[in-house]
Design a protein around this ligand. Structure first.
Ligand code: ZN
Length: 467
């Protein structure tokens, strides 16, 4: 297993992945082993189960086999002491753009250095290797920060080699992931390679890294909503996703006044909302549009960090209380600043209270619900992940409570502490499908220095080619 990982690294011009040690993540092998996580403050994020202080979690074959106090230690089980820590489901990042993660620091908020200007220009000069390193870096940073599921809106599929590079990145990634297969570029004349998507979908079992990966469509509405020719292409993509039973995401957003609500209206008028579709952003959505979304059983993903940064308007999560399937997305670490679900929850909480002029408008646990079970519901993955329930995947994180920024906390409900005070570095351990991908504060199987070096080289090359 390690040999193939090393060969892949070499093929891409440098050894990205390390670790002949047993902690290196298998690429596609079945999860195995028995682990007992003992004595943590367990937040199941399941409405019926609630919190269990001082409880144990038994993990077997990648799944949660039991939760309760004083569980017996099965023979041969590895025991992980979680006393003084919070154990909660891994965060679900329901929408991101992994490929841009090496562009951090380039967006300077001037007209010339604005996000879309810089990104679209540089993405045109990506090689498959740049795609690979960006998407892998994004997934690794996710794992390090407590995210165990990510949905990568992969919309720079310049050719099939780029597609394969993106798939390899997620196969090598330490987290559960959905690859949303998108367009060659963001112009309407460059549609999605639907034949390739269909080919992948047919043989998805071999591509899915043992079921850890799922496939979907990164779908876009026409740039001009009155462009009939573009609609023909978009409708074909939408129908193909429906026929192949693939989930899909679509951006409903814009800084031009009225654009986002017109996009939402187009989806409703054309009866394109359905349970397999997630609307991303929708910050300006009207109540009747949200009601139509809910009636169709569709999902909603909001991305407060990036919505604020590019000026889509304040993300008022209380506006979406009527939507059952809703979650948070990082929306590209380079634009969000960092893959930091704690910062995202904090921003959403502060925006809500600030706008309401009412501190008590916010329930910290509600933010955690959005970031875990809610995101899994939005993606249609809630039977697998997002809450700690026997039978579901062991996708979870351990948060230490003894760092300076958490000082003073002495027990009780940790929701406010996690939302207002915690940081990604407080996540000391992360488990995906029963395997620790982060342990004792360190990533398993990845060397950060090597990744950083590869990201820097990638960006240098892209900028040189872009002139
Ligand atoms: Zn996006």
């Amino acid at each position: 297993m390690d040999i193939s990982r090393r060969d892949l690294g070499k093929a891409l011009g440098g050894v990205v992945l390390v670790g002949a040690a047993s902690d290196a993540r298998a690429v596609d092998g079945p999860p195995g082993g028995v682990t007992l996580i003992r004595g943590g403050y367990v937040m199941t994020m399941d409405a019926g189960r609630g919190d269990l202080p001082g409880a144990d979690i038994l993990v077997r074959d990648g799944r949660i086999a039991g939760i309760g106090r004083g569980l017996a230690v099965p023979e041969g089980a590895a025991v992980v002491e979680a006393g003084g820590m919070v154990v909660l489901p891994g965060f679900v990042d329901a929408h991101t753009h992994g490929a841009i993660s090496q562009m951090r620091g380039l967006y300077g908020n001037t007209r010339e250095t604005a996000f879309f200007t810089v990104t679209n220009r540089l993405l045109a000069h990506y090689t498959p290797e740049d795609t690979y390193i960006g998407m892998l870096l994004s997934a690794v940073e996710s794992a390090a920060s407590g995210i165990t599921t990510t949905a990568d809106f992969f919309d720079n599929v310049r050719d099939r080699a780029h597609a394969e590079a993106g798939l390899r990145a997620l196969q090598d990634a330490p987290v559960r992931a959905r690859l949303l297969y998108g367009m060659k570029s963001k112009t309407d004349a460059d549609p999605i390679d639907l034949a390739h998507v269909a080919e992948w979908q047919q043989g998805w079992a071999e591509r899915s890294a043992g079921g850890r990966l799922s496939l979907g469509l990164a779908w876009r509405l026409p740039q001009d909503l009155d462009d009939a020719a573009a609609w023909v292409i978009k409708a074909r993509e939408w129908e193909t996703a429906r026929r192949l039973d693939l989930p899909m995401q679509v951006h409903v957003s814009g800084t031009v006044p009225g654009r986002a609500t017109a996009m939402f209206d187009a989806l409703i008028a054309r009866r394109m909302l359905h349970a397999g579709l997630q609307v991303v952003h929708g910050t300006d959505a009207r109540d009747d549009q949200l009601a139509a979304l809910e009636e169709a059983g569709a999902g909603l993903v909001v991305t407060p960090l990036t919505e604020h940064r590019v000026g889509y308007g304040p993300t008022r999560i209380d506006r979406f209380d009527g939507v059952r399937r809703r979650g948070f997305g990082i929306d590209g670490s380079a634009l969000a600043g960092a893959t930091d679900m704690f910062a995202l929850m904090r921003l959403a909480a502060l925006t809500q209270a600030g706008a309401a002029r009412d501190e008590t408008a916010v329930r910290p646990r509600h933010l955690l619900e959005w970031a875990t079970a809610g995101g899994a519901r939005a993606l249609g993955l809630d039977a697998q992940t997002g809450s700690l329930v026997p039978g579901r995947a062991a996708d979870l994180q351990l948060v230490r409570l003894d760092s300076l920024n958490l000082a003073g906390f002495d027990g009780g409900d940790p929701s406010a502490l996690l939302v207002y005070s915690a940081r990604p570095e407080d996540v000391v351990a992360v488990m995906v499908e029963g395997r620790f991908v982060k342990r004792d504060g360190r990533l398993a199987g990845f060397d950060a220095a090597t990744l950083l070096d590869r990201a820097r080289q990638s960006l240098r090359g892209v900028r040189a080619r872009a002139g």
